[in-house]
Design a binder for this molecule. Structure first.
Ligand SMILES: *Cc1c(COP(=O)(O)O)cnc(C)c1O
Length: 228
């Protein structure tokens, strides 16, 4: 077995253990393999081991890999998880299946306008700033509902849920508390009638706490591909 295959197996085991501890169905949590900085060959190895969803942060780097893996395109799902500037939206709209990092309407409008008409709608999560840091990306929780309603109304996009990247916290309980802030916003939006099914949170170091707080998609890089 390759290192990537055995790492993937260990991450799946962590997900199952965390779900069991939280009284959740392991099928309710998807694994997104975060492949930034790793070459297309590493993604091929992960795909051969059964992984199909990949997360990339840097649009230019991702485009190169997506093109290098054209032969697998129909079997792969590409997720953009990095901060998005206006001048990068076209590449995302033309090449990706998902984007997790939408935090303002202008970006969502551009993605909708630029989405290739022959493709299915771009699947969107809004990034929520649960720490309150003014210079961090993400929409403040108090503004999430208004943004979600506006994004949900755009053609060519499908709003699926929320993404959060809280600051690292010391210990399981402290991490879980931060993830629960994102969960609270997710519940608020669903209660307001938005049909959301995705709460993207949890990385290599804190996926257990994220699953305990209700994550439905963990984004794991280091634990699969190694240190960057
Ligand atoms: C890099 C990255 C990850 C993966 O982090 P690891 O600690 O390597 O698992 C997840 N989400 C985002 C947004 C990232 O930038």
């Amino acid at each position: 077995m390759t290192t990537i295959a055995s790492n993937l197996q260990q991450v799946h085991e962590r997900i199952v253990t965390a779900c069991t501890a939280a009284g959740r169905d392991p099928q309710s949590v998807r694994l997104l393999a975060v492949s930034k900085t790793f070459p297309a060959q590493a993604l091929r190895a992960a795909h051969a081991a059964g992984q199909s969803a990949f997360g990339e942060n840097y649009v230019q780097e991702a485009e190169t890999k997506i093109l290098a893996l054209t032969d697998l395109r129909a079997q792969l799902e590409w997720h953009c998880i990095g901060p998005l500037q206006s001048n990068k939206t076209r590449v995302v709209a033309e090449h990706f299946d998902w984007v997790h990092s939408v935090d303002r309407l202008k970006i969502a409008q551009r993605l909708s306008d630029q989405r290739t008409p022959s493709l299915p709608p771009l699947q969107v999560c809004l990034q929520i700033n649960v720490d309150g840091g003014a210079n961090k990306s993400g929409v403040p929780p108090a503004e999430a509902l208004e943004l979600a309603r506006a994004v949900a109304a755009l053609p060519n996009l499908r709003l699926r849920g929320l993404m959060a990247i809280p600051e690292p916290a010391e210990g399981f309980d402290a991490q879980k508390q931060l993830f629960l802030r994102a969960r609270a916003v997710y519940d608020e939006l669903r209660d307001a009638g938005l049909a959301l099914d995705t709460l993207s949170m949890g990385m290599s170091a804190d996926l257990e706490a994220a699953i305990a707080a209700g994550s439905t998609m963990v984004r794991v890089g280091t634990a699969i591909f190694g240190a960057r």
